[in-house]
Each structure stands twice: as C-alpha cells, then as structure tokens.
Ligand binder design. Structure first.
Ligand code: SF4
Ligand code: SF4
Length: 135
C-alpha cells in the first residue's frame, strides 16, 4: 500500500531520527513531499509512505508513541464543492495534476492522492474553494 500522510512534530520530537527508524525498523519506503521545519515551534512534513499494511500500521503506532501526530492528507486538504465553479485556473498551477479537467464532463476533478500540499491552488482560486488546514 502507498499512502500520503501529514506528520506534525512538536518541539521536543523534531530532533529524533524518525524517518530513519521508519525505514529500518518497519521496512517502509518514504518520499518527503514537503517539509516545514521550525525548531522553536511545531514542524510539519508531508510524506508518501509505502509498505505492507501491517508495517504501515506499526509505523504509525511508533510515531504516535513518539508524540508525532499523523493525519491522512485528505483530512487537511479539501475542496468546497459548493464554491468551486470549475473555472480550471487551479489546474495550471497543480504540477502533480491532483487538479485536472475531465474532458468528458469539463469539470475540474480533485484527486487528493496526487496532492503534495504545495498550496498553490489555494492562492490562485478566485472563489476560495480550496482549503488547507495544516498551518
Ligand atoms: S480555481 Fe477554484 S473555482 Fe476554479 S476550478 Fe479550481 S477550485 Fe474550482
Ligand atoms: S495543494 Fe493544490 S496545487 Fe498543490 S498539489 Fe495539492 S491540489 Fe495541486
């Protein structure tokens, strides 16, 4: 399985070799998609993690024990469907094509599984339909 999650590190956990242990102890492959490291405040990392379901669950449990909060990316990034007017502007800034135009319906689809949480769509959306909650 492959999953994108958001990790939040409190000040006392940022210096721990968390990523190293995920690889070594739980055989998980990871890709850091975004990181905001603030030594004096809460830090945040968006990661894609790949491994067996069992190892993934053990890795998440390990992070919880370390007091690192984890959330699936879809919990923190969403589109307000009542606001979106399918203008397509966001698709021009979304490099991983998480936002793309369905040529059959001509509607803009949002696939959070491709999202890297760059927030560019939030800045360009004229009706503020894209929401990011992890700041
Ligand atoms: S820019 Fe905003 S309104 Fe336009 S398609 Fe994207 S989310 Fe919808
Ligand atoms: S935050 Fe928006 S622009 Fe960035 S990858 Fe996700 S959907 Fe695309």
């Amino acid at each position: 399985m492959k999953k994108r999650i958001i990790l939040r590190f409190k000040r006392n956990t940022i210096d721990k070799p968390v990523v190293y242990r995920l690889v070594k102890d739980f055989d998980l492959v990871f890709n850091i998609l975004r990181a905001t490291i603030l030594p004096r405040a809460e830090s945040m990392m968006v990661m894609e993690i790949e491994g067996t379901e069992e190892n993934f669950a053990k890795g998440i449990e390990y992070l919880r024990r370390l007091d690192v909060d984890t959330e699936p990316i879809e919990q923190d990034i969403s589109r307000d469907e009542t606001r979106c007017v399918h203008c397509g502007i966001c698709t021009s800034v979304c490099a991983p094509e998480a936002l793309h135009i369905d040529r059959n319906t001509m509607k803009v689809e949002f696939n959070y599984e491709r999202c890297v949480a760059c927030e560019l769509c939030v800045r360009v959306c004229p009706v503020k339909a894209m929401n990011v909650f992890f700041e």
